[in-house]
Design a protein around this ligand. Structure first.
Ligand code: UD1
Length: 427
């Protein structure tokens, strides 16, 4: 297996291109199921999760073609055509590897009148049930059956009638599934306490471009007026705000000065606020965001929360940065119950972090030291890379398949900024 080797202590400077957003792409791709016309998505990141989703779509009989991108380019263009769907089952071996496969449930139900998807099972950052996805679909008129590890959703003859659902807890994935199920329902549907992450706005904008009628985009109350059919579209995936935030932390921990090209500051305000509170300069520029750190870093106290709060997907990377701040930072993880797996690894690099339940106290240390490390999820892995960039000596990060799921050509991008980083094959 590959590993990344980082020689820490190099100040990062220059320009880094931010890729298309993984989490947006994973909800835009299944929209192809909603129409028999082609859907073209531009600015799709080149990631293992996107390849996995393409494979899943192919299993349904959806044709996919990739055009117009040279190997040296970041991003690519994919056209998906679900002219005829030949299979409506998402099998265990695909869903197990990629939880986002559950996002075919809503659009497949809308298009075919039924869908069968394996239950995703446990996952490294907690229990992650899908009960809210199912309750929202039920509220819109679907009949749900659970058997042999699979969930089957069935619409009444003539399609889903639509309905009203109020989420007891904000869920990004359940909001996405419900939206995709409701756009071609026979009547009106409403969602209350819906997630309003920028990726949900991206989904709504694509659905609108395909002919859907959605009111309240960007708010937690969405009204969807069902239309008889959707048509094809060409759409550009939004920039990845989590990738941008991750590189902002990388720049800051090295005392660097980096331009995050294509980052959209309005979509990452809580991260920007946290960085500014830590003493990092963050400024909007045309087509991007400039991040610079020159003085000492300060401790920060915050909790993760649904958007517009501080994203749980940024918690590990910010924690790596705060390892080098003066004083004690207090981070509270409110979204997932088991999202501190990076803590023991950061401590092996000389950090001083204590956890108690959902709270982590990060005591700043004057230096980090390189070590061999590995993590069990995507953002945790990135936190180790960030720490490695500032550590004395060599850091080896193992289990790269996590990083390959979510960071497009990480080592190439960081090398553009002057990091001493390379990928080696074979463990
Ligand atoms: C998405 C993101 C993930 C991010 C998360 C929170 C994608 C592909 N993934 O995941 O990177 O960390 O949002 O911003 O976009 N919950 C339930 N029942 C459900 C669904 C969720 O109890 O049916 C709970 C979860 O356990 C969690 C909370 O709701 O505690 C939020 O989860 P959710 O927003 O659904 O996360 P995902 O959509 O899985």
């Amino acid at each position: 297996m590959d590993k990344i080797i980082i020689e820490g202590g190099k100040r990062l400077s220059g320009t880094i291109p931010v890729s298309g957003a993984k989490n947006a792409a994973l909800t835009l791709l299944p929209c192809a199921l909603l129409t028999d016309e082609p859907l073209t998505l531009r600015n799709l990141p080149r990631l293992a999760d996107i390849d996995g989703f393409q494979h899943l779509m192919n299993q349904f009989g959806v044709s996919t073609t990739i055009a117009g991108s040279r190997p040296e380019d970041f991003g690519r263009v994919m056209t998906l055509a679900a002219t005829r769907i030949t299979n409506s089952v998402a099998p265990y071996e695909l869903v197990r590897k990629m939880r986002a496969s559950i996002l075919v449930l809503g659009p497949m139900l809308a298009r075919m009148g039924e869908a069968t998807v394996s239950l995703p099972g446990g996952c490294a950052i907690g229990n992650r049930p899908i009960d809210l996805h199912l309750k929202a679909l039920e509220a819109f008129g679907a009949h749900i059956e659970l058997a042999a590890g699979y969930v089957k959703a069935i619409a009444p003859d003539g399609g889903l009638p639509g309905g009203r659902y109020s989420f007891p807890v904000v869920s990004v994935g359940a909001t996405e599934n419900a939206l995709m199920a409701a756009v071609t329902a026979r009547g009106k549907s409403t969602l209350h306490n819906a997630a309003r992450e920028p990726e949900i706005v991206d989904l709504c904008n694509l659905l609108a471009a395909m002919g859907a009628e959605i009111e309240g985009i960007g708010t937690s109350d969405l009204t969807i007026h069902g239309v008889p059919r959707l048509h094809g579209a060409t759409y550009r995936v939004m920039s990845d705000r989590i990738e941008a935030g991750s590189y902002a932390c990388a720049a800051a921990i090295t005392g660097g000065d980096v331009f995050l090209k294509h980052a959209v500051i309005e979509e990452m305000e809580a991260t920007v606020q946290a960085l500014r509170d830590a003493g990092v300069h963050v400024e909007p520029r045309p087509d991007g965001v400039q991040v610079a750190a020159d003085g000492p870093l300060r401790a920060v106290t915050l909790s993760t929360a649904p958007y517009p709060g501080f994203a749980t997907d940024m918690q590990a990377q910010l924690m790596a940065l705060l390892c080098r701040a003066e004083g004690a930072s207090v981070l509270t993880e409110t979204i997932f119950e088991n999202r501190y797996m990076h803590v023991p690894e950061l401590n092996r690099m000389g950090a001083h972090i204590e956890t108690s339940g959902r709270t982590a106290i990060v005591h700043g240390v004057p230096r980090l030291t390189g070590a061999e490390v590995m993590a069990t999820d995507l953002r945790a892995s990135m936190s180790l890379v960030i720490a490695g960039l500032a550590a004395e000596g060599e850091t080896q990060v193992h289990r790269l398949y996590h990083l390959d799921r979510g960071y497009e050509r990480l080592e190439e991008k960081l090398a553009l900024l002057g990091a001493q980083i390379e990928r080696l094959g074979g463990d």
